[in-house]
Design a protein around this ligand. Structure first.
Ligand code: TMP
Length: 208
């Protein structure tokens, strides 16, 4: 069987980054070769694009520009990290992938779905996750966690609550459109409880 490609998605403060870490530790403990990575980022160039995208700036960033930068980072990440790992038989866990573009740049910023789909497919070389875990919390709870961290909000985190409500709505809608690939997990309980569901999700799919 081809090594699995698993992505985690969710709004800011959903706890998906903690879940990736717990899943990666679990796979390591069970001797399952894998790579844990994230978008935007995962390579030096893609990390530079991440800084460009997330640093607050005076200049207006147009949705089209934002979309192309996310896709540029993705193309680099897919070709330099994800595809080589999968070819080497390693599972890949990615903190976000193209669903984030469908939801943030598509549903929330309002760029047409067909444009997004075309660019998502181009940047990812046609690669589609085998499983996507949507760690779902409402924006009020997500932001409480985010601000609890005491770090300065980045450019995307500084968007309005309305924007983040749309992001959540977009994710839930996407999950309904792809019920076989995208599994919703309630992100509100404590991390170890959420992780039980994450582990059950990957066990059911890949026998991990
Ligand atoms: P992170 O907070 O999960 O590290 O993600 C960085 C931010 O980038 C987050 O606000 C979501 C956003 N994003 C997009 O808008 N489009 C994308 O395609 C990706 C991968 C992330």
């Amino acid at each position: 069987m081809k090594a699995p490609f698993v992505t985690l998605e969710g709004i800011e403060g959903s706890g998906k980054t903690t879940q990736i870490r717990l899943l990666s530790e679990y796979l390591t403990a069970n001797g399952i070769p894998h790579v844990a990575t994230r978008e935007p980022g995962g390579t030096p160039l893609a990390d530079e694009i991440r800084r460009l995208l997330l640093s607050p700036r005076e200049e207006r960033v147009f949705p089209e520009t934002e979309l192309l930068l996310y896709e540029a980072a993705r193309a680099q990440h897919v070709h330099a990290v994800i595809l080589p790992a999968l070819s080497a038989g390693k599972a890949v866990l990615s903190d976000r992938f193209f669903d984030a573009t469908s939801v943030y740049q598509g549903f929330s910023r309002g760029i047409d779905d067909s444009q997004i789909e075309g660019l998502n497919s181009f940047a990812s070389g046609g690669l589609v996750p085998d499983l996507t875990l949507l760690i779902d919390v409402d924006p009020e709870n997500g932001f409480q966690r985010l601000y609890g961290r005491g770090t300065k909000p980045d450019r995307m985190e500084s968007e309005t609550m309305e924007f983040h409500r749309k992001v959540r709505e977009g994710y839930l809608r996407l999950q309904k459109e792809h019920p076989d690939r995208i599994v919703r997990i309630d992100g509100l309980p404590p991390a170890d409880e959420v992780f039980r569901h994450v582990r059950a999700g990957v066990a059911a799919r890949f026998g991990w």
